[in-house]
Design a protein around this ligand. Structure first.
Ligand code: FES
Ligand code: ZN
Ligand code: ZN
Length: 312
């Protein structure tokens, strides 16, 4: 197995590109793919200040590392979700990565700051843990980027994530989600710009990247994610990819090229009518935003208003 670039001994095959690479040229491939995604989708300007949502896992640490390598001023943001040892361990990985490289990591602890953790919040709101988690992350990442005056919020979503989300949205024809599933979302109404610089790299590649760069990351999946459909879609796509290398890439990038614009109208429709949340000031279309409602339910029973009662 020889490296496509230098013909030296290769350490990894990338079947999607029908090529093998040595360590040096694999790392260069990763940087080139991220730079290409940033250019292709106009994600970042050279002098943008970027906040990276860091979980302690391979993808978020890889994206932070790659952005820094490419010369962007990128700080990290870690959100403690209160999921027992898992949260403590993942924070440790994020902290060691940042300290080891002299990078700045902001942290917020959900239980300390907002009085509830994800298992408790999910129970109180009768939501699946991943849904309470996703809602809290979106809200608090946006909030941190806004308060810190960052130009963009970067997340570690890779090609496997995006293809799996696309598969889930397509299976149920969730057209408004399809209209919003883009590698970059422009800033608007108090929301920061959101970018996914890893969309051209697979999960296997981000894992190999971390290994070669000496980045230690949390390997365990979140314990609350068991039974999560996203993981099932990923597994199904992996089976397809074995038979048909490049299928994930073609599925996702074909969607962006040829289908995504058809769903944009739905997104435009719900653009109007955002006002600051009565409790936290974040933009919302509901008076009190979904995160503040989750926090209130987690804090205890909401008083029942007379008008909410059913009259028999
Ligand atoms: Fe969000 Fe597990 S990381 S529920
Ligand atoms: Zn090489
Ligand atoms: Zn709010």
């Amino acid at each position: 197995m020889k490296c496509r670039v230098c013909r030296g001994p290769a350490i990894i095959d990338v079947r999607r590109h029908n090529a093998n690479f040595c360590a040096e040229h694999f790392l260069r491939l990763c940087r080139d793919q991220v730079a290409k995604a940033i250019r292709q989708f106009d994600m970042l300007a050279a002098d943008d200040r970027v906040l990276v949502a860091v979980s302690g896992g391979k993808d978020s640490l890889a994206v932070w590392d790659l952005l820094t390598e490419l010369g962007y001023a990128a700080d990290g943001f870690y959100l403690g979700l209160g999921i027992g040892d898992y949260s403590q361990d993942s924070e440790g990985y994020a902290r060691r990565y940042a300290d080891g490289r002299g990078l700045r990591l902001h942290t917020v602890d959900l239980p300390e700051t907002h009085g509830f953790d994800i298992p408790g919040g999910a129970r109180a709101a009768r939501r699946a843990p991943c849904s309470a988690c996703g809602l809290s992350k979106r809200h608090l990442f946006d909030d941190a980027a806004r308060r810190g005056g960052y130009d963009a919020l970067a997340t570690g979503h890779n090609l496997d994530d995006e293809a799996a989300v696309l598969m889930g949205n397509t299976l149920r024809w969730q057209t408004e989600y399809l209209g919003r599933q883009l590698p970059v979302l422009a800033a608007r109404d108090g929301f920061p710009r959101k970018v996914k610089p890893l969309v051209r790299l697979s999960e296997r590649e981000t894992a190999a990247y971390c290994l070669l760069r000496g980045i230690d990351y949390i390997v365990e999946e979140c314990p609350m994610a068991a039974g999560n459909k996203h993981l099932a879609y990923k597994a199904a796509l992996n089976d397809i990819e074995v038979e048909s290398p490049g299928a994930k890439h073609d599925f996702y990038f074909g969607f962006l090229d040829r289908a995504s614009a058809r769903f944009r109208a739905e997104v435009e429709r719900d653009r109007d009518g955002l006002a600051p949340c009565e409790r936290c000031g974040s933009p919302t279309d509901a008076g009190v935003c979904a995160f503040c409602r989750l926090a209130a339910r987690a804090a205890g029973p909401e008083p029942v208003r007379l008008s909410d009662r059913r009259v028999r």
